[in-house]
Ligand binder design. Structure first.
Ligand code: APR
Length: 249
């Protein structure tokens, strides 16, 4: 990493793209891989609109369970490192595929949530929002206002991403000098497109993952290791590099 420190530390526009791997150390299961969620459950039975219309009770129960899991989880050192990193750069955008709300809970400010946020829900009938723990207390997926179905405000398979979040991610990627791709298998589109957007505009890709991914061969720097250890180290090394550069002036 040392030879990349001049670029990493002098970058003006930095983007971080995160996936489930950054929350794995908070105890939230990832999706793919040996003990991933999709190895136990079928996404087509739970994480799509038709499944919700077919069985709103089952799907609502599943997301209520996932909210309980995410609320018990705590942001880990990787989330904290990204909060620190945001303070180091004039233009910093955190783009996440995660719906677990951990980046916001950790204190990250400029967050684009490509796949929504599990703490947000809305009524299909009247659009009324039902967010946070109040929603789970009334334990119903029926809107008291209009009787419509209340669904999670997350992007299910086959659905469009929220256009404002996607636009933020695309613009930030087209201007990024550096993108850190942390804890994602980089196989789900359109999120997986973003590193290519960075590369095509002359930016640099730093991948952080415990194993190789389809992105690894395109990354300028691929660091194998846990997100918490590597991202903490990256932030420390950038701060150190800037300290030494300042002292030598
Ligand atoms: N540190 C870094 N990387 C890790 C760690 C860790 N501690 N633990 C796991 N990983 C890596 C895995 O090696 C894998 O590459 O995190 C990645 C998790 O990949 P997925 O489970 O596929 O999750 P993700 O890439 O976020 O999935 C994208 O797919 O199912 C949909 O909407 C869902 O947002 C999700 C999208």
């Amino acid at each position: 990493m040392e030879r990349f420190l001049p670029v990493l530390s002098s970058a003006k526009n930095v983007v971080v793209l995160t996936g489930a791997g950054i929350s794995a150390e908070s105890g939230i299961p990832t999706f793919r891989g040996t003990d991933g969620l999709w190895s136990k459950l079928k996404p087509e039975e739970l994480a799509n609109f038709d499944a919700f219309l077919r069985n709103p009770e089952l799907v609502s129960e599943w997301y209520k369970h996932r909210r309980e899991v995410t609320r018990v989880a705590k942001p880990n050192a990787a989330h904290t490192a990204l909060v620190e990193m945001e303070k180091l750069f004039s233009h910093f955008t955190l783009v996440t595929q995660n719906i677990d709300n951990l980046h916001r809970r950790a204190g990250s400010q400029n967050v684009a949530e490509l796949h929504g946020n599990i703490e947000r829900n809305y009524c299909l009938g009247c659009g009324k929002r039902y967010d946070g723990e109040d929603f789970d207390r009334n334990n119903s997926f029926q809107c008291p206002e209009c009787g419509g179905l209340i669904r999670p405000d997350i992007v299910w398979f086959g659905e469009m991403l929220p256009s404002d979040q996607w636009r933020t991610a695309e613009v930030a990627s087209s201007e990024a000098e550096v993108m850190y791709v942390v804890g994602t298998s980089a196989v789900v589109y359109p999120a997986a497109e973003l590193p290519m957007t960075v590369k095509s505009h002359g930016g640099m890709i730093v991948e952080v993952n415990i194993e190789e991914t389809p992105l690894s061969e395109f990354a300028d720097l691929s660091i194998q290791g846990s997100a918490s250890e590597v991202m903490t180290e990256v932030v420390e090394k950038i701060k150190e590099y800037r300290r030494v550069a300042k002292e030598s002036k």
